[in-house]
Design a protein around this ligand. Structure first.
Ligand SMILES: [Zn+2]
Length: 181
């Protein structure tokens, strides 16, 4: 085929033959009204596509489009949240406990994917509820610097107490899921 295309006779007459075939084809199409209509539609579509591809876009159009898109998205999320309010987990009310002889208090901080973690974890005074602080620097017995009470009992470590708290939360959540309430 390649040899045929390179043939000088073909090169000389090829375009002429092609044009002739096209002319015959176009004439034939013109004779058929339906085909003519189709041809017009094809031409029209072709022009539309070319126009669309050549369309000059102003940068500020893109900016406005982006701003509108972001606003629309935010509104959609807001409406979605209004329709489907996220129910806060029951355990967020659980912010104090008495563990290992210590009165403990903490808060829940929202993390990613609707999870919560314990924050501001501290032992508090059993007499006045004030947060306890280590008596000497960072270690050693705790002391209430409001009422002066000292707590000499052993402190297992915040992580151990936090794990106990989380464990009881998990147990409650699991039993809730099992009972389906
Ligand atoms: Zn106190």
């Amino acid at each position: 085929m390649k040899e045929k295309l390179k043939n000088p006779v073909f090169l000389a007459f090829g375009p002429v033959v092609l044009t002739s075939i096209l002319t015959i084809l176009v004439d034939w199409i013109r004779k058929k009204p339906i085909l003519t209509t189709l041809w017009i539609i094809v031409q029209w579509l072709y022009r539309k596509v070319i126009n669309l591809l050549n369309f000059e876009i102003k940068v500020w159009w893109i900016l406005i489009f982006l701003i509108v898109a972001v606003l629309a998205l935010r509104i959609a999320v807001y409406i979605y949240d209004k329709i489907h309010p996220q129910e806060e987990p029951e355990y967020l009310k659980y912010t104090s406990d008495f563990i290992d002889g210590w009165e403990l208090e903490w808060e829940w901080e929202k993390g990613p994917h609707n999870s919560y973690r314990i924050t501001n974890f501290r032992p508090v005074c059993q007499y006045c509820g004030t947060s306890l602080a280590p008596k000497y620097g960072s270690h050693g017995p705790f002391k209430c610097f409001r009422c002066g009470n000292e707590y000499e009992k052993s402190w297992a470590g915040a992580d151990i107490y936090k794990n106990i708290i989380l464990e009881s939360v998990y147990k409650k959540e699991r039993s809730k899921k099992i009972s389906g309430s």
